[in-house]
Design a protein around this ligand. Structure first.
Ligand code: SF4
Ligand code: SF4
Length: 301
């Protein structure tokens, strides 16, 4: 079973308990304005262009079988709609200005890497986390990795936006010990405006995960200034999460930062959401609201 991943990071400490290997799986049904991993949104390899390294020599233009690269303003420019990720332009570039992100790998290859750190998982209470993108975007592949981990006594977690048919969610969660579940906004319209989809299915799924499956859940909330940090929305989010009951083990507030900006540049896309990060004081006040609902709350993952 093969699937596409855009990164595998070992020794992670913010994606669930203990020391973990995080596998970033391509594909996501949402298009959040503040996305930190835009290179993982679709299930196809992406070209990263480092403009500082590009001298405009044009070798990539000649190398591209689809003829979709041109030189503009002394730098290369790619029509990404028809790029199939063949990588010929990467090989041709003498300055390493181009790189390919996203590759097809088998579940066994992923597991071979994951199992190398078994001793760290054992000692720290860690394991593997499938993130993305979203692991529910390639459910068969995710299941294949998770099954291998479970068969070998490795703790499993997924980080998901939860926007998938319930059947898919339920099938994948058979092999998952912990769910890191994202909450963006409680208002369906605002949710759609900034992520591309309504939150109806997402909220319905998390209720079923908690009430029908009784899976442990960590609620993950990106705090985006001017979008979801109003007292009203924070109160409604805290209330909703509290009503999910005992499945909720903790809440992680993830402050907005601009690390995704460079990635948007490398994908030759405009960064749609450049705002200043939150103040410490504002974050602390938000944390207090969650705590007032009796929720164990941390700033950070
Ligand atoms: S990856 Fe292939 S198709 Fe895409 S721009 Fe490079 S050479 Fe062209
Ligand atoms: S081959 Fe590399 S340096 Fe030359 S134009 Fe293409 S990206 Fe720029």
């Amino acid at each position: 079973m093969k699937g596409m991943v855009f990164n595998i990071q070992r020794y992670c400490i913010h994606d669930g308990p203990g020391i973990r290997t995080t596998v970033f799986i391509n594909g996501c049904p949402l298009k959040c304005f503040w996305c930190q991993n835009p290179e993982g949104q679709s299930i196809r390899p992406q070209i990263f262009l480092n403009k500082d390294r590009c001298t405009g020599c044009g070798r990539c233009v000649s190398a591209c079988p689809k003829g979709i690269i041109e030189i503009f303003g002394g730098k290369s420019r790619t029509n990404r709609d028809v790029c199939d990720g063949c990588g010929k332009c990467v090989e041709a570039c003498p300055n390493e200005a181009r790189s390919l992100v996203g590759r097809w790998v088998s579940a066994e290859e992923v597991f071979d890497l994951v199992k190398k750190d078994y001793i760290f998982y054992e000692k720290s209470g860690g394991g593997v986390t499938l993130s993305g993108g979203d692991p529910l975007a390639q459910p068969e592949f995710s299941i294949a990795i998770l099954k291998l981990c479970k068969d070998n006594n490795i703790h499993t977690a997924i980080e998901t936006c939860g926007h998938a048919p319930w059947k898919t969610v339920k099938e994948v969660l058979q092999y998952v010990d912990l769910v890191l579940y994202d909450f963006k906004h409680m208002d369906p319209e605002k949710h759609k405006q900034y992520t591309g989809v309504s939150n109806n299915l997402i909220l319905e799924n998390v209720k079923r995960i908690c009430h029908e499956l009784s899976k442990p859940v960590w609620a993950r909330i990106p705090i985006i200034p001017g979008y979801n940090d109003s007292p009203d929305n924070i109160e409604s989010t805290a209330k909703f999460i509290k009503e999910l009951g005992k499945s909720i083990q903790q809440v992680n507030l993830l402050p907005y930062h601009r690390l995704g900006e460079t990635k948007f540049e490398r994908l030759e896309k405009e960064y749609p959401f450049s705002i200043e990060p939150l103040s410490e004081e504002h974050l602390t006040n938000i944390k207090k609201i969650f705590e007032s609902y009796g929720l164990i709350t941390y700033i950070g993952g």
